[in-house]
Design a protein around this ligand. Structure first.
Ligand code: ADP
Ligand code: MG
Length: 721
């Protein structure tokens, strides 16, 4: 009997060395192995007569080896195994290259199935080149032996070096046949309702289906299962949060108006609506958990700032966290600029700075330990910093203790991680703060319902009036010089330029590696260091060029950003580190190299870095790979009205695996199958309904301990962003 969490080495044929190879596919337990699903099936289900075979078709035959020999091709220095197979209708040749071990397996007189593509032999006649084979013993054959590799729908898996689909089938088939009865994490009633196969059967059907329909239903079941589970996570978090207490604030209209009067512009309608939604949440003694979404430059910061100020008026504290020091500083400046007469204390606390602003130009540097004291005495109402503000536990004397933390704002993040939230409980055990996160990464609605189903959304879907559109162009390689000339002209007029590259430095590939198309792409991908060299020495030797990337120290990064802000740099070459939130109105040109390497949503964000000032801004998308898909994708940017629309397109063109820049999947903890399924509104709907029904009956999953355990594990492990 095989148990789900047994070690792989309990399977016949898996030694330590093979187990190592499986690790490359992230297969470490029997469960991983069984959840390594095929991505397609080859149809070898019909056994043909040799006499009926046709060139260029896929077929399975069943016969006897009448001859087998090995030949050496001197020209190509290869061993060629040649076998002749007969059935009662005729014979066909099969060849394999460089697989001498086959001689030990395939012997004259052996009965076997062969499956693969039928080709024309060089000297005429038909031939199987590298067919799949399976030895059939005469006894079993009569009893209808179940085959793995031939004579059926054969599963094809994601493979890696030295782990072929065939090897995987070898392991999976017996593991399935001897598998213990698993506990189904989908409740029986739900299985029945949607006619999904129970778990053991579903596993069998997804790996070794009798027909395609069976495979598809099994696949749908697993997709549903993942979605259902994610919905449970979401709803469960909602439930947990609704059991917590939070400060309740009734904020008067007058109070809001007074503050709004201090800002030199009128809020857009959707800014007002968002603020109103936040204030409405404050009226509730349960913690708010809200995501404020809006394009870059749509004015999220000011909305969050207003919320924090209104809470300060109620004598409670807010923490305002940004992903980088540069951004934390920028937020601090925003407060200083718009709320000059705010005297309740605003602090900036990062690893390199700690200072307080008390209104009317009163600003002082302060020792961190002093600042901590003031914070713990509620002398400071708004504390601005990076995420380290709460997530890094500093030494004891360095520990930040809030006096009365009522609101936590996180910028450029989708949600507040479970662990971070747990941390906050240390700070205020009785009252959990309200949470507000902000994100400029637009997520299509179908996806966000699944990914962020625990959050409430506020959406700013318009830009402040009077912004000039950004002129955007896809630049073909032959027009590069023209673009450079244009850029020079703009710099001469006093403007500044961002150049974004996908990489920091050149990709190093193993020596002697045979390059795949992907590798070539990587090699050709523009990188910051080389572009910096080229631009500063060859193209613009007379201009001030500098670079910024993730390998620089935090302090160096801030220095470069400061210099750019002070206009001491004309052209800044960087990686996506400038992706989030930076506000430099004098920068009017965004030039993106190897644009095809970025996600659309990401490109859209880069473009949002410019167009913030009074001057006309431009965005140039450079690409050396002018394929149809690349062109289509980049074209979409030109046409998009807002980020959400683009996100939908991105998802449609590239599929969910690549969505969010390709790298975020692991972080979201969202299985690929669920990602795909999350686009299916019907499946999302029924999974949510099923999760709601379950939690209604069994809110703490006391009758579904398996699920409860998995939920706890998931919540601890993944930090959903
Ligand atoms: P986001 O964080 O959404 O990218 P910001 O809050 O940084 O955007 O706003 C971008 C710029 O627009 C800031 O300089 C801000 O002061 C300004 N701004 C915000 N709201 C408005 C508005 N309603 N009218 C005019 N300017 C605004
Ligand atoms: Mg911002």
């Amino acid at each position: 009997m095989i148990k789900l969490f047994s070690s792989l080495t309990e399977l016949k044929g898996v030694g330590p060395e093979f187990a190592e190879r499986l690790k490359k596919l992230e297969i470490e337990t029997i469960r991983d192995l069984l959840w390594h699903f095929p991505f397609r099936y080859d149809d070898f289900s019909k056994i043909s007569k040799i006499a009926d075979l046709k060139i260029n078709t896929i077929a399975t035959i069943s016969g006897v080896i009448s001859d087998i020999k090995v030949r050496r091709s001197w020209k190509r220095k290869m061993f060629i195994i040649e076998a002749l197979i007969n059935d009662d209708s005729g014979s066909i040749k099969a060849i394999w290259f460089n697989q001498r071990f086959l001689l030990a397996i395939l012997k004259k007189g052996c009965m076997l199935n062969l499956a693969g593509k039928v080709a024309e032999a060089p000297k005429g006649g038909l031939i199987f080149s590298h067919p799949s084979y399976e030895i059939i013993s005469a006894v079993f054959r009569k009893e209808n032996q179940e085959t793995k590799h031939t004579g059926r729908l054969v599963p094809i898996y994601p493979e890696t070096k030295k782990v072929t689909s065939k090897a995987l089938r070898f392991l999976i088939k017996p593991a399935l046949d001897n598998l213990e009865k698993l506990i189904d994490s989908i409740p029986l009633s739900v299985l029945k309702k949607y006619k999904f196969p129970e778990i053991n059967k579903a596993l069998k059907n997804i790996h070794f289906p009798k027909n395609l329909e069976e495979a598809l239903i099994a696949k749908k079941r697993f997709a549903f299962e993942d979605l259902f589970f994610l919905q449970l996570v979401n709803l469960h978090q909602r439930l947990e949060l609704s059991r917590e207490k939070a400060y309740k604030f009734d904020i008067s209209d007058k109070c809001v108006e007074d503050l709004l009067n201090k800002i030199p512009f009128e809020l857009t309608a959707s800014q007002k609506k968002s603020l109103w939604e936040i204030l409405k949440d404050f009226k509730n003694p349960r913690p708010m958990n809200r995501l404020l979404q809006g394009d870059v430059g749509s004015g999220k910061t000011i909305v969050a700032a207003l919320a924090a100020l209104l809470i300060a008026k109620k004598n409670k504290q807010s923490a305002f966290m940004a992903p980088t020091e540069v951004l934390a500083n920028q937020h601090y400046q925003t407060f200083k600029k718009f709320f000059k007469d705010f005297t309740e204390g605003i602090a900036l606390l990062t690893s390199s700075e700690s200072k307080i602003f008390y209104g009317d130009g009163l600003e002082t540097e302060i020792k961190k330990t002093e600042l901590f004291k003031k914070i713990s005495r509620n002398d400071i109402k708004i504390i601005i910093g990076t995420h380290a503000l709460i997530s890094v536990r500093q030494s004891k004397s360095q520990n930040i203790v809030f006096n009365d933390l009522a609101l936590v704002i996180v910028d450029e993040q989708h949600r507040f991680g479970v662990r971070q939230r747990a941390k906050l409980k240390d700070y205020s055990p009785n009252y959990l703060p309200h949470f507000l996160s902000m994100s400029a990464t637009p997520i299509p609605r179908t996806l966000s319902l699944t990914l962020f189903g625990d959050l409430d959304f506020s959406i700013i879907n318009e830009l402040p009036v009077g912004r000039k559109g950004i002129i955007t162009k896809v630049v073909a390689p032959e027009n590069r010089d023209k673009a450079y000339a244009f850029i020079r002209g703009q710099v001469k007029k006093g403007r500044q330029v961002f150049v974004v590259c996908p990489r920091i430095e050149k990709e190093e590939l193993e020596e002697g590696k045979i390059l795949t198309q992907r590798d070539v792409l990587k090699l050709e991908t523009k990188n910051v260091k080389e572009e910096y060299e080229k631009l500063s020495k060859k193209v613009f030797p007379d201009l001030r060029v500098d670079m910024l990337h993730g390998k620089l120290k935090t302090k160096e990064k801030s220095e470069v950003m400061e210099k750019f802000k002070k206009r001491e740099i004309d052209i800044l070459v960087s990686t996506s580190v400038i992706e989030v939130g930076v506000d430099i109105p004098n920068a009017t040109i965004m030039m993106i190299e190897s644009a095809e390497m970025f996600g659309l949503a990401q490109l859209y964000q880069f473009r949002g870095r410019v167009g913030r000032g009074e001057h006309q801004s431009f965005c140039f998308l450079f690409t050396d790979f002018f394929s149809k898909t690349v062109y289509q994708r980049l074209q979409a940017i030109l046409k998009a009205k807002n980020g959400f629309e683009l996100a939908e397109k991105d998802l449609a063109i590239r599929g969910p695996g690549e969505f969010l820049g390709g790298q975020k999947i692991a972080q979201t903890g969202m299985p690929d199958l669920a990602m795909k399924a999350a686009q299916n509104p019907e499946l999302v709907k029924i999974s949510r309904k099923a999760a709601e029904d379950l939690l209604e009956k069994d809110p703490d999953l006391e009758n579904h301990l398996q699920l409860k355990k998995r939920l706890g594990f998931f919540e601890r492990k993944t930090h959903l962003e």
